[in-house]
Design a protein. Structure first.
Length: 285
């Protein structure tokens, strides 16, 4: 089995397999230029490769991503019994700048925005439901594309949010403010199969259609509150609000984060520390 087949067996996407292959080919070329082999290079050799990349102007974040790919490659070699160790295990570039949640909205403002949205602008019910899912369930645009009528359990007051490549599946409670609109929407439209908000369009490119819906919805919301900027801003605001009322692991589940570190980024009491980290950024240590 070669590395490509190994990645395919692990269910990586075609794009990811191609990207990993590109960077491993670059790494193997470097090993060859240094008279080293994939089966015998050491931790010290790996550090030298990292320095060589940085001297060529490759950013620290890219080098860190490359290290992750090399870890996968070493795992592949181990699975093929070509190595007994993984010299890339535990090797990371320190001091990488992490993106900070910024321009957050108060949850009270979001709730008021939700209440005023359909009243003042007379929007169609589907858009109000879309916005409600963003406000009360912190759902992302990618997840909105996956919601089906079967995912909504009105009797239980629950909704199942299907996972994506970046998020985990979870079941969350619906807010009382959402229930009537959702109930009427389901009654008016006889859904069989397919996504709840893309099925109505009957277009082949439903993903682009729902992106356009959300984009137009954000423009409408901005008329009511000029602080609104994006769907990501709304989701970040919701997660930050959750953290003020729930523990970290609960919010990790609610947000669908696969790693708790993703949730920790939104902790308000950590933002000052993260800003200091930005100021003290250094490439590698």
């Amino acid at each position: 089995m070669n590395f490509t087949e190994y990645l395919q067996q692990k269910k990586y996407s075609v794009k990811t397999v191609a990207t990993y292959g590109f960077y491993i080919t670059r790494f193997l070329s470097w090993l060859e230029s240094e008279n080293l082999s994939p089966e015998s290079f050491t931790y010290t050799d790996l550090l030298e490769y990292m320095r060589d990349c940085q001297e060529k102007g490759i950013t620290s974040r890219t080098v860190n991503n490359m290290l992750g790919i090399i870890r996968h490659y070493c795992n592949y070699l181990t699975s093929e019994k070509k190595r007994s160790d993984n010299p890339a295990a535990g090797v990371f570039i320190k001091g990488l700048v992490r993106k900070l949640p910024s321009g957050l909205l108060n949850f009270e403002d979001l709730e008021e925005l939700y209440k005023q949205y359909s009243i003042q602008l007379n929007v169609e019910r589907s858009k109000k439901i879309l916005f409600g899912l963003m406000v009360y369930q912190g759902i992302s645009v990618a997840e909105l594309m996956r919601v089906t009528a079967q995912d909504i359990k009105l009797k239980e007051g629950k909704i199942k949010i299907r996972g994506t490549k970046r998020t985990s599946e979870r079941i969350l409670s619906l807010n009382a403010n959402q229930m009537i609109s959702i109930q009427q929407y389901l009654a008016e439209n006889k859904f069989k199969e397919g996504a709840l908000f893309t099925e109505l369009t009957k277009t082949k490119n439903s993903k682009r259609n729902i992106n356009n819906r959300v984009r137009y919805m954000l423009l409408q919301l901005k008329q009511l509150n000029d602080k609104v900027t994006s769907a990501k801003q709304i989701r970040s605001s919701v997660i930050t609000h959750w953290l003020s009322r729930n523990n970290l692991r609960q919010v990790q589940y609610m947000a669908g984060h696969k790693y708790v570190s993703s949730t920790q980024r939104y902790q308000v009491n950590n933002l000052d520390d993260l800003k200091n980290e930005l100021q003290q950024h250094h490439p590698m240590s």
